[in-house]
Write a protein that binds this ligand. Structure first.
Ligand code: FES
Length: 352
C-alpha cells in the first residue's frame, strides 16, 4: 500500500511521489529523485522540518528539540521521521539555496570512488558552510553529495562519489562525465555544520564517503585555528583544538586517502589523531602505512567501544551509512554524550 505525497516547494512548484506505508516521507522523496532538505535522518537536527498542509502522518521517535510540541501542534513535521497514513500535501520551508553552474575541472577515478572537482561559474556568491551538501543534476537525475572542501575560499567544489555499481547517477558520472562538462548544482543544504560551542574536544566518526563533510569540518577547524583572531573569546590561543577522527572504510583506495589524511595532519594548529578502521585489515598495505595514523582491523563501532569509555566532554560529528550512524549514536549516548552535542549526517539507502 502506498500514499500520494504532494510537495510544494518554496518557489510554489509542486512535485508528486508515492510513499509506501512503512517508509518515511524523506526516504520516499529521495527514492523518487527529489531533493528534500535533510541532514541527520535520525530526528535530531530539524533540517527536514516542513509543514503538513493536508493529510495525516505518524512520527517515529525524534528529539523534541528538533520538533517542539508547539511546532507539532501547528502542523510542522519531520520528514525523516514522518510516515504518511493518508495521501498528504507538504510545504517545504524556504531553503537558503540557489542554482549554480559549474564546470568539471578534474576527475580522479580511484578503484572504488571518484573525486570530482568542480569550478564554480557563479555571478552570485556561493555561501556554503563546511559540512553542508549540494544537489547535483546530470542527465535528468539528481542526487545529493556532501562538499569535501571549503568552496568559499578557493571557488572549487570537491565531491567524493562512491562508485555504486547500478547506482542511478554514480555510474553515469563515472562513465560519461568529462572534464569541461557543465554541471548544475543546487544548494547549499543541511545543518551538519560546526557549532558555536567549539572548541570543545571534537570526536568525528564517519564511514566511506561520509568522510567528505567531516574533512570539510576539519579544514574549517584548521582554518579557524590558523586565524586565531576569529576564534570566540572562550578559546585559549595556546590550546590546540583536539580532534579525534575515526574513519571506517571497507573499500579502501588506500594510497589516495592516506595522503589526504596526512595532509590534514600537517597542520600544526590542531591536535588531530586519526584512526582508520577496516574489517579487512591493512596487511596488504603494510609497507606503505604511515606511523602517524593508527590502523585498526575491525569496525568503527568496535574501535570506539574498545578504545573509549567516556565522551562526556566531546562534541560528536558523524556521517555515513544509517545503520552505523545509529549504532554510533547509541554508543555515544552510553558514553555520556548529550543529545545537544551529537550531530549526524546520514546516507539513506536508495533503491535506485
Ligand atoms: S531531523 Fe530530519 S534530517 Fe535531521
Amino acid at each position: 500500500m502506498s500514499y500520494k505525497i504532494t510537495i510544494t516547494n518554496s518557489d510554489l512548484t509542486t512535485s508528486e511521489f508515492n510513499a509506501n506505508y512503512n517508509e518515511t516521507i524523506l526516504t520516499a522523496a529521495l527514492n523518487a529523485g527529489l531533493a528534500m532538505p535533510h541532514s541527520c535522518n535520525l530526528g535530531v537536527c530539524g533540517a527536514c522540518k516542513c509543514k503538513l498542509v493536508k493529510g495525516e502522518v505518524v512520527h517515529q521517535d525524534y528529539n523534541p528539540l528538533a520538533l517542539t510540541d508547539d511546532q507539532l501542534a501547528s502542523n510542522m513535521i519531520l520528514a525523516c521521521r514522518a510516515i504518511a497514513k493518508k495521501d498528504s500535501e507538504i510545504e517545504l520551508l524556504k531553503p537558503a539555496s540557489g542554482i549554480f553552474l559549474t564546470k568539471v575541472y578534474t576527475i580522479n577515478k580511484l578503484e572504488n570512488s571518484m573525486i570530482l572537482k568542480l569550478k564554480l561559474i557563479a555571478k552570485t556568491p556561493f555561501n556554503i558552510l563546511p559540512g553542508q551538501y549540494i544537489e547535483v543534476s546530470y542527465k535528468n537525475i539528481t542526487r545529493c553529495y556532501s562538499v569535501a572542501n571549503l568552496p568559499n575560499h578557493d571557488g572549487f567544489i570537491e565531491l567524493y562519489i562512491r562508485r555504486n555499481k547500478g547506482g542511478a547517477l554514480s555510474e553515469i558520472l563515472w562513465n560519461q562525465l568529462e572534464i569541461g562538462d557543465s554541471l548544475r548544482v543546487k544548494g547549499p543544504f543541511g545543518n551538519f555544520t560546526l557549532r558555536k560551542q567549539y572548541p570543545s574536544p571534537i570526536f568525528m566518526a564517519c564511514t566511506g564517503t561520509g568522510f567528505a563533510p567531516i574533512k570539510a569540518l576539519i579544514q574549517a577547524i584548521i582554518y579557524r585555528a590558523d586565524d586565531k583572531e576569529n576564534l570566540n573569546t572562550s578559546y585559549s590561543p595556546d590550546a590546540k583544538p583536539k580532534v579525534i577522527l575515526i574513519w571506517g572504510n571497507s573499500q579502501l583506495d588506500f594510497e589516495y586517502w592516506q595522503e589526504t589524511l596526512l595532509q590534514l595532519q600537517e597542520s600544526k594548529t590542531i591536535d588531530l589523531s586519526i584512526h582508520l578502521c577496516s574489517r579487512k585489515g591493512f596487511s596488504k598495505f603494510a609497507s606503505h602505512i604511515a606511523n602517524s595514523i593508527n590502523y585498526y582491523q575491525g569496525s568503527i563501532v568496535e574501535f570506539i567501544s574498545s578504545n573509549h569509555d567516556d565522551l562526556r566532554e566531546y562534541m560528536v560529528y558523524t556521517c555515513g551509512n544509517q545503520d552505523t550512524i545509529s549504532k554510533i549514536k547509541q554508543l555515544a549516548t552510553q558514553l555520556g554524550v548529550c543529545q545537544n552535542n551529537f550531530f549526524a549526517d546520514t546516507f539513506l539507502p536508495l533503491t535506485s
